[in-house]
Write a protein of this length. Structure first.
Length: 279
């Protein structure tokens, strides 16, 4: 005689929340274990690449940069590089989610008695820990290059929090696109190129006031630009002599944009995950 044991799914709201949290932590640990087994890719893509960009722009090109309104270019650059690191995390999330879906790992998780959001939430937890580590390394690189916050530790922590909030929002874009395009490696590669227009059609490297009016308007309304400007204000770094409304309200916009993106892409990601097998 053969017995099949099916775990009981909690019925109360409190039990379901605890169930979801436990499942999410299991998936987070699983993703972190993969990075532990393959540290080279994490170090190269998440840590070394941003440091190289800082050295290139700060030392090779920084001497030719003049900021409207004055100020040191490296002070201007570092908040932009912090935010760019958050943007480039989209591709890492997209690739990891797409790889799991293509190998059937995601379908296997869906067949188990797990909380529905746990798989994508676990991915989010692992990626946020990775992003926090990358931000810590890049901050250390900034200190080594002569940058430091000018307005005290409380505002500096608030700036880092806004940067991680932006990463959290972009993370859901990566999850959704990874689930949406995983059967097609060419599409995944093409989608990853979105990181560059998002990053460069903004203000991480140059002041918006130096751009043509039409391009400056696009850059100002890029969610990345609001976070960069808010971080510069909180760190006490130069912002490039921009007096627009969105710059004056950069901290508010640096909260509003990520919340809006999360409100859009988290439900889309969950819906796509639940319908994954139907294409």
């Amino acid at each position: 005689m053969t017995f099949t044991l099916t775990p009981e799914i909690p019925s109360s709201v409190r039990s379901r929340v605890g169930w979801a949290i436990r499942d999410t932590w299991v998936i987070t640990c699983r993703d972190l274990a993969h990075w532990k087994q393959q540290p080279g890719a994490v170090i190269a893509n998440t840590l070394v690449f941003p440091v190289m960009i800082v050295l290139m722009f700060g030392y090779l090109l920084g001497g030719a940069m003049t900021l409207p309104g004055g100020g040191d270019y490296r002070d201007f650059l570092m908040p932009g590089m912090f935010a760019m690191t958050m943007v480039f995390g989209i591709g890492a999330t997209l690739s990891a989610v797409g790889a799991d879906a293509a190998r059937g790992v995601t379908d296997r998780f869906r067949s188990l008695p797990m909380a529905a959001p746990a798989v994508i939430a676990g991915r989010a937890g692992a990626d946020m820990l990775n992003s926090a580590a990358a931000l810590a390394v890049l901050t250390g690189c900034g200190f080594a290059a002569g940058w430091h916050p000018h307005r005290g530790p409380a505002r500096a922590i608030a700036a880092l929090g806004l940067l991680l909030l932006l990463r959290f929002a972009f993370l859901w874009i990566g999850v959704y696109l990874g689930l949406r395009f995983y059967p097609n490696p060419e599409a995944v590669t093409a989608v990853r190129t979105l990181e560059f227009p998002i990053g460069f059609l903004g203000n991480p490297f140059v002041a918006v006031s130096t751009m043509p009016a039409w391009l400056g308007a696009i850059a100002l309304w890029n969610p990345l630009s609001s976070t960069v400007t808010a971080a510069r204000q909180l760190f006490g770094d130069p912002i490039g002599a921009d007096s627009s409304w969105i710059t004056s309200h950069a901290i508010i916009m640096a909260v509003a944009w990520p919340l809006l993106l999360t409100a859009v892409f988290f439900p889309l990601s969950l819906h796509r995950y639940q319908r994954l097998s139907s294409g």
